[in-house]
Ligand binder design. Structure first.
Ligand code: NZQ
Ligand code: ZN
Length: 416
């Protein structure tokens, strides 16, 4: 311990920085790490573990799911069989839409209260998991959960209803965090909050469940993973930290595994990697000690609040343009991105030129995997609408270059 103290003093001293060629670097932020979700990963995990898990939970379970994909691919039958084996009473809550609304949260909450449900099992992608998290809070809280916990950051001083998830699509990482992104249609706001108490108790993750995800959604979900890592990576501190090293490996993993899954959608290794990469990007581990940016997510959420576009598609349109705006402010890091993620050789280029090359490699990848590149493609109809959307975006502090609503409008117009 004494040695660590001495090392700390040395590392943080100006002398150390000078000797090691560091500029006045920003140190790792302090943090508390918590992640209560127990993960069961791999082929066959639902049949093997769900009956045992269900056995130690209450009698009445709310089975929450989306628009019906689980009824077409056999997941529904497997889940029902496991719950019946454990003798559970199943209350079904179908129809959770992409970009779940607060109205849907209230509908689920009403059902939970009427039927006196004991716990919730969410089977689906990010939308089903997020909506279920909000229900798990609203089922217990006396307050209006939108006003108290989404319109502003609240304090969750109670235990939400127990929630478990079965993941059917990779992307958001919602299975291992307390994040829930809810759209309030009345006020046209889509807001994300991450409350550790909302982490699912358990997550069952069978990569074969993702074989039937439509290509467009698989690509969008994979880009969401990449975006989560980039939004974390492109923020201070920039030198010598665990997060950035892990992040580079995660980004290379998404690129390689997505290319493999596009060639063969039933490539178990590729699907397993995408599923676990998705968790690793959003289980808070890489965020530890980092400021985090997530301005691009804020912009996408508002585009989505107005157009209901797919989250990953919106991000794909915005990211390259946003990065063209900020890359010179973080040129060293964007250079590292170009070299370590895209393997672009220096060839006499300056940091500024390398930074741009990294952003262009990202833009090329987006075209290669067939994601949209304009806001028109994701449902923005008129240029004139963009000012109102830009003005509704939340401005974060973690970016290399703090945005203004005027600059967000410029970005939107360039994306149009
Ligand atoms: O609804 P069903 O019929 O199930 O179909 C879904 C939906 O149409 C389909 N799908 C899912 N698994 C499938 C499948 N189709 C065939 N086979 C399967 N195995 O995929 C479509 C999209 O599902 P959705 O859950 O909406 O996608 P995703 O996982 O990308 O979630 C997006 C939502 O999560 C939020 C987004 O903003 C958006 O609202 N996010 C949540 C985060 C979090 N909680 O940490 C972080 C993210 O940044 C993100 O904002
Ligand atoms: Zn995302």
């Amino acid at each position: 311990q004494r040695q660590m103290c001495i090392r700390d003093r040395i590392v943080h001293s100006g002398e150390y920085r000078k000797k090691n060629g560091q500029r006045g670097c920003v140190m790792m932020n302090n943090f508390i790490f918590e992640n209560k979700t127990k993960v069961y990963f791999g082929k066959g995990c639902v049949g093997e573990y769900l009956p045992k898990i269900a056995a130690v939970h209450g009698d009445k379970v709310l089975l929450a799911y989306g628009g019906g994909s689980i009824k077409k691919n056999g997941v529904y039958e497997e889940v029902i069989a496991a719950l019946e084996k454990a003798g559970k009473t199943i209350i079904e809550f179908p129809g959770i839409m992409e970009n779940p609304t607060y109205k849907k949260v209230l509908e689920g909450t009403k059902l939970v209260k009427e039927k006196q449900v004991d716990w919730i099992l969410a089977v689906g992608g990010g939308s089903v998991m997020d909506c279920s998290k909000a229900i798990s809070m609203a089922a217990v809280s006396e307050k209006d959960v939108w006003d108290e916990y989404w319109a502003k950051k609240g304090v969750v001083d109670f235990e939400p209803m127990p929630l478990g998830v079965i993941v059917t699509a990779s992307g958001t990482g919602s299975e291992c965090n307390g994040g829930a992104v809810i759209t309030n249609e009345e006020v046209m706001i889509k807001t994300d909050r991450d409350y550790p108490k909302c982490n699912p108790e358990f997550a069952l993750m069978d990569p074969t469940y993702t074989y039937t995800v439509p290509t467009k959604q698989m690509v969008a979900g994979s880009f969401d993973i990449l975006s989560h890592v980039m939004e974390t990576y492109f923020s201070e501190p920039d030198e010598d930290n665990v997060s950035d090293d892990i992040s580079e490996a995660l980004m290379r993993g998404v690129i390689t595994s997505l290319r493999a899954a596009l060639v063969n959608p039933e490539d178990y290794t590729a699907r397993s990697n995408l599923m676990w990469l998705s968790t690793m990007a959003e289980n808070r581990i890489i965020k530890l000690g980092k400021k985090c940016d997530f301005e691009c997510h804020q912009m996408e959420h508002q585009i989505s609040a107005y157009t209901n576009c797919s989250h990953g598609c919106g991000l794909a349109v915005l990211h390259p343009v946003y990065y063209r705006h900020i890359c010179q402010a973080g040129a060293k890091k964007f250079t590292r991105f170009a070299e370590n993620v895209w393997k672009i050789p220096r060839n006499g280029r300056t940091d500024e030129e390398m930074a741009e090359a990294g952003v262009e490699a990202l833009a090329d990848f987006i075209r290669e995997i067939g994601l949209p590149t304009t806001l028109r493609e994701v449902g923005v109809e008129k240029k004139e609408d963009l000012k109102e959307i830009a003005d509704s975006c939340y401005l974060v502090d973690g970016s290399y270059k703090k945005m203004t609503h005027e600059e967000i409008l410029e970005i939107f117009l360039e994306c149009f």
